[in-house]
Structure formats: C-alpha cells, structure tokens
Design a binder for this molecule. Structure first.
Ligand code: ZN
Length: 242
C-alpha cells in the first residue's frame, strides 16, 4: 500500500472512532432517541463519504465538526423542542447541519460548525468567548450574526431579523435558510401546543419575509423554501380557487 492511501485508511479509522464516541454521548444524553440517532447516522455518513471523496474537508475539519456536535449536545442537554412531540433539542441542530451538507452542498467547515452552534448563545449558558476559544473567530462571527438580542422584546427581534437579513454574510445566510426551513416544517406539521391557525400563519408569513430578504446565495436552499411557501399557501386556498 502506498503511503498516501495508508494515511487515508488511518484517518478514516480515527474519524469512525470519533463518530462512535459522539454516538455514545448522544445515546447517553437523549436516551437513544430514534430521531436524534437517525439524524446523526445520516450526518456520519455524509461526513465520511465527503471526506473519502475528497470534497474539500480535511480530517481536522471532520473532527472539529464532530466536536461541535458534542459541544452542542452537552450545552443543550435536557432541552427539548417546543413542538408537541418535544424531541431533544439537539435533533434540530443535527438537522440543520444535515440540510447544509445534503441539500445545500455546503463544505465550508466553519459554516457547518456554526450551524450546529447557532442556538448555543441564545438558548444556553454558552458565551461568544466560549465559541471563539473552541472553534475560532470565524465560527463566532457566523453565530453572532444569527443570534437575536435577548434584551429586545420578541416583536422587535422578529422585525430586526427582516431588517438585518439583506446584510447577512453568505455563511450566516445559509444557516438562516436551513434554520427557517427546519422550524417552518416543524410548525406546519407539528405545531407547539396551544398555537392557533392564525398564529401559525403569522409565523409562516414572517419566516417568508426573512427568507425573501436574505441574499441570493444558495439556489437549492432558497428554492426548497420557496417551494415550501408555495405549497403552504396553496393548501390554504379554498377549493373553488383550484
Ligand atoms: Zn435554530
């Protein structure tokens, strides 16, 4: 075996070991939640195949991405999603990372890592300093861009997301698109208990405003959302319109 392929086999083995460690942590923290484990299996697969195919991620990048899954799982430990099914919160972060890599074809490790950490500062004790020291300034910057200022009230935060959307960087915009898609699907299919239809429609309308104001950066992600909005509003038209 020539040295380069030996190196690949060794690094692939190290990646598998790290993924195995991360899987055990997720099993432990979520009680082997089926949705979380499925999402992680799909992320593991895309990371390994992307590395093996030489799509631009070196082994250090893969290890940092797995480390970010572990970091997110630890920091969101015990938190659940707001929808009626209420799965462990980490399901959303792994879902966003999968969407970035699978639908968005994103291979920038910092964007994938920031996708995993995008709710850390807003929803946990993690600080921007923690993110910078563990993953660097660029990741911190993306997380900063997608973090709402919790000192403002909800209506102001929502308004600011629309106003700030056009100024968003390419990396943060792609995270926003995946985050919005994930949340919109959740709310349309399995809304939080007590949400009226009017409130759901209001959320979808607001999400649409944010998405339309984000820069044109990733056609497949944008189209995925445009299709969602079209289907959503179409399903609400009276049948006489059809
Ligand atoms: Zn989110």
């Amino acid at each position: 075996m020539e040295p380069r392929s030996q190196m690949t086999a060794k690094t692939l083995l190290e990646i598998k070991e790290h993924l195995g460690h991360c899987q055990s942590l997720l099993e432990h923290l979520t009680g082997k939640h089926a949705g979380v484990m499925d999402g992680f299996a799909s992320l593991s697969q895309i990371l390994q195949s992307s590395y093996a195919a030489g799509e631009g991620l070196i082994s250090d990048d893969i290890h940092k991405i797995i480390q970010a899954v572990e970091f997110a799982a630890e920091s969101h430990r015990g938190q659940v999603r707001k929808n009626a099914a209420g799965p462990p919160y980490i399901i959303h972060l792994i879902g966003v990372a999968n969407m970035l890599m699978l639908e968005g074809r994103v291979r920038d490790p910092d964007v994938i890592i920031a996708g995993l950490l995008h709710d850390s500062v807003e929803d946990t004790d993690t600080t921007f300093d923690d993110i910078r020291s563990a993953f660097g300034e660029r990741v911190e910057g993306f997380v900063h861009e997608v973090t709402d200022d919790k000192l403002l009230d909800k209506a102001q935060r929502k308004e600011l997301q629309i106003l700030n959307a056009p100024k968003t960087s390419a990396g943060a915009a792609q995270i926003q698109l995946c985050d919005k898609y994930y949340n919109l699907c959740d709310i349309a299919q399995d809304p939080p208990p007590g949400w009226t239809q009017e409130r759901i429609d209001g959320y979808v309308g607001w999400g649409q405003q944010v998405v339309y104001h984000l820069p044109w950066v990733n056609a497949s992600l944008k189209h995925m959302l445009y299709d969602f909005f079209e289907r959503y509003w179409q399903s609400k038209r009276p049948s006489s319109d059809l």
